[in-house]
Design a protein. Structure first.
Lengths: 270, 429
């Protein structure tokens, strides 16, 4: 089914015929997902693209267990998500999935360390919490400004805090909803470099993006339209954000758009 | 989520919104303070009333003439029937002697002009028997009380109160051995306007002075002159043999009901009355008086506490209001917390602890304020005698109630917060 997939591995994410309908107000019914299918295998780096209203954000929310499908099946690491209750979903969000948002979603009154510690408040051991948060911040290159509040950090720095928070419980899957949408090109490249390095370490990453340049850093591009998956391509040679950063040098702007990257369509649309 | 983290996070959010938290707490502070202060004043008044009643002597059973429970016959203080006598007292003493502690009979002789050592004073004169110091728990500062012999021979001897003594002989002077002259004008006009020649004048020898007792219900109990009942009857009032009250001191508080019944039996027998309902005397039990007074002050205290309770309720509604606003305002925060794995229970506990924190801190501050108010009230001269009665019980109840208010009024907002859908909460602007 997926050219990338090693034959032996089971998909870590499997969506089959997933539908989701929102009722916005009295007569406005939005069919956000209309039978979407998707398989994501361990170690993949997937870009989810599509125009506004194509259902990619709804897909992300369902993948992240922030929402449950109306119909269809979602199997996450072998578990049927529709059968889980609220607390079990919360536990999955806490332990198995790291979520990164476009608007960072940090708590404004807490400093970087306290923000990163948050998942540990709701699960995992309380021992060495602060040290683990510091380590995570150091890992995303934010060892210096750990005691600052979000309002005292740049967008790129805030997103690093958010990534550190997502990583704290060592989840297998990172879900990122337009993580570079609010960032300049240099910060975007830095964030992408972090994601690529995480993917290199074996984490599965799914990222929603509008920008083709950003998507070309992924190993696979899934396109959505009208609530279904409409295209699936393998990126033959993903760009490396760290190379781009090195080329641009310190203090200079990074040009993410260095020309088209070859992609190969994946099988027939499902 | 660990409880400690919940507390820390709640405290942080209380501190961040300092002004709002303070204003919200104010409702609880005022409520708790008014409960504390009002109950303290109420309890204090109750204790004071009790002390004053007991300062008249403890475990007393009082017999007064006339049936004050019946609709016929003589009633009230002004209408004294003459059917209670010194012999009745002697009979009670003889028949109940071992079972009671003491008994005495009193005959009020009205107010008299007193002169001694060139000083002039006006004092209440009462005829009493030798049981008086024991019945009234009242020792002498100087000299001795008059004896049964004095009573028997209508001796013109007197024991005077400390205020009377101070006015006649000066502060701290032993008045025993001195002679005082009682003078009462009679006939038309009376008092100072009456002609001196138409006054009754009697000399008494002071044999003792009572300890200082202070005031009871606003009256000084130390301005009085005690003389033998017989002398008061014969020489001062002319009411031969009759007394205005017989006062029995029961052996203990537990024995008062028995003593009351015994005294009633003795007098019914002596007065040859078979039906207790038509008795020509009334027996009053001090316990009953205390109980009645306590009921009055208790009602008073409950009323005051209710007023405080209402302000506490209003404060609680204020807490609920602010918590609802706070949940609304922090919808996004709730979404973020849920996105990183907070369960419903975690959110519920967080907001509940925040509400309890507000009311708990408010409760503690309220107790301090209430205590302060009580101290200030105590500084007002008119209330200076009211003891401050903040008990551990009151404080415990106040804290308990304010925490309970936090739970009750914090629960609904906290449940609203816990039920929020993570996506809708995250999208909330």
């Amino acid at each position: 089914m997926n050219a990338y997939a090693p034959a032996a591995a089971d998909p870590v994410i499997r969506l089959r015929g997933v539908t989701k309908t929102y009722r916005m107000g009295k007569d406005n019914i939005v069919q956000a997902l209309q039978g979407a299918d998707l398989d994501v295998y361990p170690g993949e780096f997937v870009a989810l693209m599509g125009p506004s209203g194509s259902g990619k954000s709804t897909m992300m929310n369902i993948l992240g267990c922030l929402d449950v499908p109306d119909a269809g099946t979602y199997v996450l690491a072998g578990e049927q998500v529709r059968q889980l209750n609220d607390d079990q979903l919360a536990a999955i969000r806490n332990k198995h999935i790291g979520f990164v948002f476009q608007t960072f979603n940090l708590l404004p009154r807490l400093n970087a360390i306290e923000n990163v510690e948050l998942p540990l408040l709701y699960g995992g051991s309380g021992r060495g919490r602060t040290q683990r948060a510091k380590d995570a911040l150091a890992a995303v290159g934010l060892g210096e400004r750990m005691h600052h509040r979000p309002s005292e950090l740049s967008g790129g720095q805030q997103q690093r805090v958010a990534i550190a928070r997502a990583l704290l419980n060592d989840p297998a899957i990172i879900l990122a909803d337009e993580p570079t949408g609010n960032l300049d090109s240099r910060s975007s490249a830095e964030i992408l470099a972090i994601f690529q390095s995480l993917n290199d370490q074996g984490k599965t990453v799914v990222m929603v993006t509008h920008e083709p340049d950003v998507a070309e850093h992924c190993k696979r591009i899934v396109r959505m339209r009208d609530g279904v998956v409409s295209g699936d391509e393998l990126v033959t040679r993903p760009r490396r954000a760290e190379d781009e950063l090195r080329l641009a040098g310190q203090g200079h702007s990074v040009d993410l758009h260095t020309g088209p990257v070859a992609t190969v369509p994946l099988g027939a649309p499902r | 989520m660990k409880l400690f983290d919940s507390f820390r996070s709640a405290l942080q959010s209380i501190i961040v919104n300092k002004l709002r938290s303070a204003l919200t707490m104010l409702g609880v502070i005022i409520g708790v303070a008014s409960v504390i202060a009002m109950v303290a004043v109420g309890n204090g008044a109750s204790i004071q009333v009790q002390q004053q009643v007991l300062s008249l002597g403890s475990n007393l059973v009082t017999v007064s003439p006339g049936n004050q429970n019946s609709d016929t016959g003589l009633r009230g203080a002004g209408a004294q029937s003459a059917n209670l006598t010194l012999d009745d007292m002697n009979a009670i003493d003889a028949q109940l002697g071992p079972t009671i502690e003491a008994v005495e009979a009193e005959q009020s002789a009205g107010r008299w002009q007193v002169t001694a050592a060139g000083q002039n004073w006006n004092s209440q004169v009462t005829g009493v028997t030798t049981g008086y110091p024991q019945v009234r728990d009242w020792a002498l500062a100087y000299g001795d009380f008059f004896t049964d012999d004095d009573v028997r021979v209508y001796a013109q001897v007197a024991v005077i109160g400390s205020v009377t003594a101070a006015n006649l002989f000066g502060e701290g002077v032993d008045p025993t051995g001195q002679t005082i002259q009682l003078r009462q004008a009679f006939g038309g006009g009376g008092g100072a306007g009456g002609a001196a020649s138409r006054a009754r004048i009697v000399n008494f020898k002071v044999v003792g002075m009572l300890d200082t007792k202070g005031t009871t219900f606003g009256f000084s109990r130390d301005d009085q002159i005690l003389v033998p009942t017989t002398t008061a009857q014969r020489v001062l009032t002319g009411k031969t043999n009759s007394v205005s009250s017989i006062i029995v001191k029961a052996a203990s508080s537990d024995q008062m009901a028995n003593t009351t019944a015994d005294v009633t039996d003795v007098l019914l027998q002596r007065h040859k009355i078979s039906d207790p309902a038509s008795a020509d005397f009334t027996v009053t039990n001090q316990n009953d008086t205390l109980a009645a007074l306590n009921q009055v002050t208790g009602t008073f205290t409950i009323l005051l506490a209710a007023i405080g309770g209402i302000s506490l309720l209003v404060g609680g509604i204020g807490i609920m209001n602010i918590m609802l606003v706070s949940v609304n305002e922090r919808t996004r925060e709730i979404g973020i917390r849920k996105a990183v794995g907070a369960r419903r229970r975690d959110i519920l506990v967080q907001f509940l602890i925040e509400a309890i924190g507000l009311t708990g801190i408010g409760g503690v501050l309220g107790i301090l304020l209430g205590w302060g108010i009580t101290v200030v009230v105590h500084k007002i001269p008119a209330a200076a005698n009211i003891p401050i009665a903040i008990t551990a019980g009151t404080v415990a109840i106040a804290v308990g109630v304010s925490v309970a208010i936090g739970v009750v009024f914090g629960l609904y907002p906290a449940m609203r917060a816990a039920r929020l859908h993570p996506i809708q909460a995250l999208r909330y602007e």
